[in-house]
Ligand binder design. Structure first.
Ligand code: ZN
Length: 150
């Protein structure tokens, strides 16, 4: 398990250092911002949504390594997916990071997002890991107000 843990950690560190999909994608037509005041994480997401499909996505913001890496990995995971698929992925992700740390993590269709399994041991970090996702849902549902984890 410790090798896996190191691998997970290196993926998170890499995405924190060089976040993917930064900035505003061309043709973006949805936008939302998210705030996690407990940790000081802030994110703004912009999406180009065409016929219910996330054609392009970009984000900017600042925060802890978990929130930045989570937003970065999320943008990679949802690009090209339909809204319904994004919702399912979020459900699985949320289940993973809030499940009992003593249980075997349920990876399901999460792929690379499984690197956040370790967050289960740090309940305070769940909000960091899910901030990008809450913000994405707000953007996809055309709700342009700022979401907060509070
Ligand atoms: Zn944070």
């Amino acid at each position: 398990m410790s090798e896996l843990r190191e691998l997970y950690q290196s993926v998170i560190l890499d995405h924190n250092k060089s976040p993917r999909n930064q900035g505003t994608p061309a043709g973006a037509n949805r936008e939302a911002s998210g705030d996690n005041p407990l940790c000081g994480d802030q994110i703004t997401l912009r999406v180009k949504l065409v016929d219910g499909v996330v054609e392009a996505i970009g984000f900017e913001g600042h925060g802890c390594a978990i929130s930045t890496a989570s937003a970065s990995l999320m943008t990679e995971a949802v690009k090209g997916r339909r809204i319904e698929e994004v919702e399912k992925l979020f459900e699985e992700f949320h289940r993973l990071v809030t499940s009992d740390p003593r249980s075997e993590p349920e990876i399901g269709a999460l792929g690379k997002l499984a690197v956040f399994a370790g967050v289960r041991e740090f309940p305070m970090r769940v909000k960091c890991a899910t901030l990008g996702w809450h913000t994405l849902r707000a953007a996809l549902h055309g709700d342009s107000t700022t979401v907060t984890t509070e």
